[in-house]
Design a protein around this ligand. Structure first.
Ligand code: ADP
Length: 455
């Protein structure tokens, strides 16, 4: 496991399970300005979702800027109505270059996203863009005091990255705004004009806001890092435990088979029956350990795929026949055809179909059949596993493919399992660049569907 970069106020998990939080030292604080203190925790901190939101927020900013420019430069609204926001008519030239800067501020983070590998650099860029909009909104509204509040909103926004340094960047930019630009273009700042005291007064208030944001970031970061470390320890334990359990279970399975053969020759019916039960339980244990191992490999990104190209319909018919042997109470019918070939890992797809069909059987105790429907859609093959069982509420449908998720509510039967089957199924399909989903009505049944690219 790659360990996250060391940094100030890092939460660490001690051997006895206690979490200690390092107090930041100044030298460490300054050192951490250079690197990404959240490397390795981006997923846990929800960075992909936050980044998507940031890019959306930047687009909305550009839209807002365009609206203000339209009102102030094209319609010239300030010459008819006195605005509570202190706006002013701006010239077309001013409107164009401010809109241009706004477009640059919105497009740069979008363009750099994924291209810049260091997420810290990207965060700095995105927050600088947001602060650039603070400037632009102040200038197109004629330095209105309300538009200044945008800087505070950005500081608050930056805390969702749990990176205390971003707020200080905004403080720096705010200070720049009031020092350099006061001298360059005092006329743009509506309320203050050329005022030397203003920067100092502002710095006090903004620094207080940034100090508060820093505390929030540290608190949030420590909490997430503690949880993440505990989760990693948990994963590590599961990986080691399942690996260590596999060898003895495989040996027990082999010994049981040897014993069964011997007992079969001696003709002892009752002992043979008991050994059959032992084998059944050992197979279940082996399947659970297999799921745990697969889940560990998925987490580490080391689940191997052995791809070959084969006829999809023939494969499904064959797999359904095999499953029929294990599902005595239900008829497994295959209908439709795709008429296509796929390039996939046959064993893993067999595992996927087995998970879906076994669940369909388990959760439709009153029904006597499970339908497998094949179809094709342009360059895709589609297979649906349809049951007429207890169904799944829409709330649970959304959580179904998460690791360790199991429905435990009144009226929903609980069968032994770890809640890993659908998680592994979804990951296998994702690795094949396919799609998986579910449609269900409680009390009526469920349809799990898979789509895979045809070859
Ligand atoms: P497990 O391996 O423990 O069975 P799964 O990931 O396969 O876990 O399934 C997660 C949960 O989804 C199960 O606990 C079950 O409640 C629900 N579930 C899965 N398939 C169906 C189905 N066809 N009908 C109703 N509930 C289902």
């Amino acid at each position: 496991m790659s360990e996250p970069a060391a940094g100030a106020h890092t939460a660490t998990l001690a051997a006895d399970g206690s979490v200690s939080k390092e107090r930041p030292r100044w030298r460490a604080l300054i050192r951490t300005f250079r690197g990404d203190i959240n490397t390795g925790y981006g997923q846990a901190m929800g960075y992909p979702a936050i980044d998507a939101l940031t890019l959306r927020v930047l687009r909305y900013h550009l839209l807002a800027l365009a609206v203000v420019v339209l009102l102030n430069a094209v319609i010239k609204l300030p010459s008819y109505i006195e605005s509570p926001l202190g706006w002013r008519v701006i010239t077309p030239a001013e409107a164009w270059w401010k809109l241009g800067l706004g477009a640059l501020a919105a497009v740069a983070p979008w363009y750099l996203y994924g291209r810049v590998k260091n997420h810290y650099l990207w965060r700095l860029c995105a927050v600088t863009s947001l602060a650039a909009f603070s400037y632009l909104l102040v200038f197109v509204t004629g330095g209105s005091i309300e538009a200044h509040f945008h800087f505070f909103v950005i500081i608050a926004y930056a805390t969702i990255y749990a990176d205390w340094r971003l707020g200080w960047l905004v403080l720096l930019l705010t200070a720049l705004h009031h020092t350099v630009l006061d001298f360059l273009r005092p006329g743009w700042v509506f309320h203050y004009g050329h005022n030397l005291i203003a920067p100092l007064v502002h710095v006090v208030f903004v620094a207080a806001a940034v100090g508060f944001a820093t505390l929030l970031c540290r608190h949030q970061r420590n909490a997430i890092v503690s949880l993440e470390l505990a989760r990693r320890r948990n994963d590590e334990f599961l990986g080691i435990a399942s690996h260590e359990l596999r060898t003895p279970v495989t040996s027990i399975k082999a010994f049981v088979q040897v014993l069964q053969r011997r007992v079969g020759q001696d003709g002892d019916g009752r002992t043979s029956q008991t050994l059959g039960r032992v084998e059944h339980q050992v197979n279940r244990l082996s399947a659970l350990i297999g799921d745990l191992l697969d889940a560990t490999k998925i987490k580490k990104g080391t689940l191997p795929l052995r791809t070959s190209t084969f006829d999809f319909d023939a494969f499904i018919h064959d797999a359904a026949e095999e499953l029929q042997v294990a599902c005595e109470g239900h008829r497994i019918e295959v209908i439709g055809r795709s008429g296509k070939r796929v390039s996939a890992d046959e064993d893993r797809l067999r595992q996927v179909l087995s998970n879906l069909v076994m669940n369909a059987v388990k959760y439709s105790p009153q029904a006597d059949r499970v339908l497998i429907r094949l179809s094709d859609r342009r360059d895709l093959v589609r297979v649906e596993v349809i049951d007429y069982g207890i169904g799944i509420s829409s709330e649970n449908q959304r959580l179904l493919f998460r690791r360790f998720f199991r429905i435990e509510e009144p009226g929903h039967p609980v069968y032994p399992g770890l809640g890993l089957g659908l998680y592994i199924t979804a990951e296998i399909i994702r690795r094949h660049k396919g799609k998986i989903g579910v449609e269900s009505l409680p009390g009526k049944g469920s349809t799990f569907f898979i789509e895979l690219p045809a070859s």
